[in-house]
Design a protein around this ligand. Structure first.
Ligand code: PLP
Length: 460
């Protein structure tokens, strides 16, 4: 049975976080003027815990002086140079070497860009270029997942599996397909085990590959954890079976680590947490702790060899961005990486994550929360009208959105996406701050319950 109808109904109600502000246009923007550690302040002097580390990215908080210093020093030393025509810069080279040393041994090259979207668009172009080069020009289709998020540029928005990122933008473009969102709690059938659900997802993926023709499927894109789509964790055994299919049909695997990369899931990368063997990896956000825009696409040796040979044949490799690998951004990213290492950020996340996840699980006992889920320092609380039936709220009466507004009133910036309230604080959060964060969210949930009762939306 296809999950598509169920998911379509569900994702039709999903508003992407980056578009939420359109709802509140009449109020004017909430102006954030400063930050300290995990907190930000607004122009009215209110202080908030940034519950999403901005957009899942300000890993070292909002006041790390070493990152500012790194930018300042690089601006004085060499404010700009590009990476075209055999040119490069010192911080770019050092950062690339560092990233490769942290990556699976199969990774051979790093391509720098300025955003996660650009890294993923680059991956799409390289998937196509590679298959032309190896004489398989028919192998061009790319499979991503419903509720996945990969960005907003033309190709990456096409990969994104959220309808509002497509609607009226004439997207997705041709050759982009979507398969099931593997969210067991929401899409598992009554009485279906997690293992049976995984088998159904994988069978549907295989059916899609066969229907389209395996010789036309070039690549599969996935986030280790689907954070923007509602913090959806892969069910047990899912990726092992998906990867077996990818190998069987000779399909490249592009792992989008834009949010999971750099300790978010309790390992340096999501590919480590879920035992993934990528052909390409996209990185952004926490790469520079978000202090400067920079992203990277890592490419394995098999693809790199082909790209090199083909570019020599053509006479150039004509892809690159003016600011790709900008030396100031690279210097800041390099400093962020040094800080991660010196302060053992992975060790820190592992130490505090159990406290965070225990708090989240406690919130899962709240009458409005159907599923409380998470890994490392990212979590989602999924709202339901009824815990037994898992019935959701209507999109126009979104309890998650209401709870997000109440959280802000209680001093936490976060957002409800669809039915899920997400939490993804700066990685430097300590246990006391975690307790404070959870307590504030609990107050927001209690307010939401009062509201839901007043609106006659719940029986509890
Ligand atoms: N990939 C993932 C998994 C993301 O979460 C995002 C942004 O949230 C992107 C790609 C796009 O990154 P950017 O907004 O930097 O283009």
């Amino acid at each position: 049975m296809s999950l598509t109808d169920l998911q379509q109904r569900d994702i039709d109600s999903l508003l992407h976080p980056y578009t939420n502000h359109h709802l509140h246009q009449s109020q004017g923007p909430h102006v954030i003027t400063g930050g300290e550690g995990i907190y930000v302040t607004d122009d009215q002097g209110n202080r908030y815990i940034e519950g999403l580390a901005g957009l899942f990215c300000a890993s070292l908080g909002f006041s790390e002086p070493r990152l500012a210093q790194a930018a300042f020093e690089q601006l004085q030393r060499m404010p700009f140079y590009h990476a075209f025509a055999h040119k490069s810069t010192q911080p770019g080279i050092e950062l690339a070497e560092r990233l490769l040393a942290m990556s699976p041994p199969s990774m051979a090259k790093v391509f720098f860009a300025n955003s996660g979207s650009e890294a993923n668009d680059t991956a799409v172009k390289l998937v196509w270029y590679y298959h032309n080069a190896i004489g398989q020009p028919q192998k061009k289709k790319i499979i991503a997942r419903q509720r996945g998020y990969h960005g907003v540029t033309v190709a990456s928005a096409s990969l994104t599996g959220l309808p509002n990122n497509h609607r009226d933008f004439d997207l997705p473009i041709a050759n982009i397909l979507h398969t099931d969102c593997p969210h067991y709690y929401r899409y598992g059938l009554p009485g279906e085990s997690e293992a049976a659900f995984v088998d159904r997802c994988v069978a549907n993926l295989e059916a899609l590959i066969q229907r389209e023709g395996a010789d036309t499927i070039a690549a599969f894109f996935a986030e280790p954890v689907m954070v923007s789509g509602g913090v959806i964790l892969p069910p047990q055994g899912y990726f092992a079976k998906v990867q077996a299919l990818l190998r069987k049909y000779d399909i490249l695997f592009v792992v989008d680590e834009v949010i999971c990369g750099f300790a978010r899931t309790g390992n340096m990368f999501g590919w480590q947490t879920y035992d993934l063997q990528p052909d390409m990896i996209s990185l952004a956000k926490q790469l520079s702790a978000a202090y400067m825009p920079i992203s990277a696409l890592l490419v394995n040796d098999k693809i790199d060899q082909v790209l090199k040979a083909q570019s020599e044949k053509i006479g150039s490799f004509s892809h690159g961005f003016t600011y790709g690998g900008h030396p100031v951004a690279a210097a800041v990213a390099l400093e962020a990486q040094k800080i991660y290492q010196e302060r053992d950020i992975v060790g820190h996340v592992r130490r505090v994550a159990p406290r965070f996840q225990a708090g989240i699980r406690r919130l899962g006992e709240h009458p409005l929360i159907g599923e409380a889920r998470g890994v490392g320092l990212v979590a989602g609380l999924e709202f339901v009208r009824n815990k037994q039936t898992r019935e959701t709220f209507a999109p126009e009466q979104s309890a998650a959105a209401y709870a997000g507004r109440r959280a802000q009133a209680h001093g936490v910036i976060t957002r409800g996406l669809g039915d899920t309230l997400s939490l993804c604080p700066a990685l430097i959060i300590d246990e006391e701050q975690i307790d404070d964060l959870i307590a504030r969210i609990e107050r927001a949930l209690d307010d939401t319950l009062v509201w839901a009762r007043e609106q006659g939306l719940v029986d509890v």
